[in-house]
Design a binder for this molecule. Structure first.
Ligand SMILES: NC(=O)c1ccc[n+]([C@@H]2O[C@H](COP(=O)([O-])OP(=O)(O)OC[C@H]3O[C@@H](n4cnc5c(N)ncnc54)[C@H](OP(=O)(O)O)[C@@H]3O)[C@@H](O)[C@H]2O)c1
Length: 268
């Protein structure tokens, strides 16, 4: 690949670490019908080497790879300055590389749900990357959070109840659905239901419940808030395993296993 050229309003970043998200795996498998020669990757943590931020600054960013074609699995990446923020100081760049896509999805979906202190929230898929961050952020906002998970014994920091059985779940002001559980019966009249599981289809309409399918967007301000939450110890980042980029195939094989204890990171 030719090295990208930095333009006005952009930052040139040398990538140190990235992580694998489900969307990367789906793009690689051809599910979105995209040419296999594109550069994959949505997450990055690295060091500024040019453009509109100080050279040498440690930064993180999310690139909307599907929308823009700017993949982060490259030695050097150019991104708009508005999508790039200073990296958390309390964690390594490898850990920080697991935050952007999952964190922004959690934050933007919680903001749409407008779930506040004292309200009850159910997170379906709460042991996953997005769900795990959503539970921690909501709990820190004073929300009472319950977790629906795939297996007994899964740990969900911040959740009051952790269950594998969706049948008895009722009385929630809001549901954050990360895998297409579609437990509409769990929501109270006047409640909200958001799904990020695009592949599972549109959330069924139910009278008296506001529904949405959320799509994540680049958002430097939101990413800055997430960095503060990490440095304040509110959001913990979990790395299952770390691979060199040349072992990308092994990294994908690891990612394909269910029930991982955190994200799969790759380093350059
Ligand atoms: N719309 C958007 O903008 C957007 C943004 C980010 C992510 N996403 C999508 O959101 C989904 C979650 O992303 P992620 O990064 O959090 O993935 P992840 O880390 O793999 O988490 C998914 C979680 O859901 C659990 N799960 C799956 N099926 C389940 C079931 N039937 N019952 C209970 N739990 C179940 C998984 O458990 P196991 O590990 O046991 O399977 C896992 O803990 C992916 O499909 C991703 O593509 C969408």
């Amino acid at each position: 690949m030719a090295e990208p050229v930095v333009g006005a309003g952009e930052v040139l970043i040398r990538v140190v670490a990235t992580s694998i998200n489900p969307v990367d795996d789906k793009t690689r498998q051809g599910i979105f019908g995209i040419d296999a020669s594109v550069t994959l990757g949505w997450d990055l943590a690295g060091v500024v080497i040019g453009g509109e931020l100080p050279v040498g600054e440690r930064v993180i960013a999310m690139s909307h790879q599907l929308g823009t074609g700017r993949g982060t699995w490259a030695d050097v990446v150019v991104l708009p300055v508005g999508a790039v923020v200073r990296a958390p100081e309390s964690v390594s760049l490898v850990e920080a590389a697991t935050l952007p896509l999952a964190g922004l999805t959690a934050l933007q979906t919680l903001d749409w749900l407008e779930v506040g202190a004292g309200e009850r929230l159910l997170v379906a898929g709460a042991a996953g990357a997005v769900g795990g961050i959503a539970v921690q952020v909501a709990a820190a906002r004073g929300v009472r959070v319950d977790a629906l998970v795939s297996r007994e014994g899964q740990q969900v920091p911040g959740a009051e109840l952790v269950t594998t059985d969706p049948r008895a779940l009722t009385g929630y002001d809001a549901v954050f659905d990360t895998y297409g559980a579609f437990v509409l019966g769990a929501v109270v009249e006047g409640g909200r239901y958001a799904s990020i599981a695009s592949q599972a289809g549109v959330v069924p309409e139910v009278d008296g419940v506001r529904t949405a399918n959320i799509q994540v967007r680049e958002d430097g301000a939101g990413l800055g808030e997430l960095v503060r939450l990490v440095d304040d110890g509110v959001v913990g980042l979990r790395v299952d395993s770390t691979f060199a980029i040349r072992d990308v195939r092994a990294a994908h094989e690891r990612f394909g296993q269910r029930g991982l204890s955190g994200k799969v990171a790759m380093v350059f």
